[in-house]
Ligand binder design. Sequence first.
Ligand code: HEM
Length: 325
Amino acid sequence: MSRDFLPIVYSCLVFAILSPFSAESALTVGFYSTTCPSAETTVRSAITTALNGENGPAASLIRLHFHDCFVRGCDASVLLNASPTNPSPENNPVFNMRGLDLVDAAKTAVEAICPGVVSCADILAFAARDAFNLLVPGGSLYDVPAGRRDGNVSSFLEAVANLPAPTLNLTQLETTFAAKGFSLKELITLSGAHSIGQAHCSSFQSRLYPYDSTQIDPTFAQMLQGKCPQNATVNGVVTQDFVTSDSLDVQYYSNILNNKVLLFSDWALRTDPIAVTTIVSYSTDNLLNILWRPDFIKAMQKLGQLDVLTGTQGQIRSTCGAVNP
Ligand code: HEM
């Protein structure tokens, strides 16, 4: 290699090491600034309009983004509907996903101003950020590096293989997250998303009959039994955080310590002393959540970079529910 190139090579290396959004993913903040300058604001206003004053369901967007990124990277695979050629996509009813209508509303609005430019994977990443902004006390819009392209594969079996089930113990959760490059601390940080949104009875019913009073607060367990009767024909829906239900905050961590969380996997986080240290420090965070909030933002930005398609890979779908013909 010519000596003239060495400084350039070194400066690229330094950039790659120092930049949080390094060459690894090639995503950039403001990716659409020339091709569709109002993409991000259009997503935000479409989501706000679709929510129609009820912000709680915005939680679904954060979960959709998580599911998208953990299976095949953030490529909008979670948004693909079943089709004759793919009868069993990632988004199986067993996961109880919602919020696809919100993403569709955002995509329709963006396509109206810049057809064929903004990927569904980016729209979902922006939408998850906008949900965070709506649900976190005081609001906060973090940067979302963009430039993701949409994939054309979506598989239920891959979803099962890559996503954590609510019955996992801590070792299994750690393994699932480590497989995607996330530490125990990041697992705990991201799980704070369970301070918003809902869960269906089917996701935790097995903990209730009988319940283990060392794992679930008895009063809480009896309240849940009332909402999820043993032989119910309907799969009921329960708020995840009974204290501050639509507020994305650190209440979840107190709920864990009080045995007042719905999922076994939530409770399982307290089974390791190192994890408990993090849970305790988040649970005693100040009103502005100065410990948890920046950690959560950083972890969401990292999540959004998982195995992305960029450049000429994949496609820009015209509608998020189907690959382009
Ligand atoms: C640690 C492993 C995790 C497991 C086992 C898990 C599992 C679940 C389950 C079973 C539900 C309830 C679904 C239902 O029955 O309706 C749920 C809801 C939710 N999860 Fe997780 N999750 C995990 C991590 C995460 C992460 C990392 C995020 C985001 C960063 C997240 C965000 C959410 C949100 C926002 C909801 C509420 C969704 C809504 O209201 O529609 N979860 N999760």
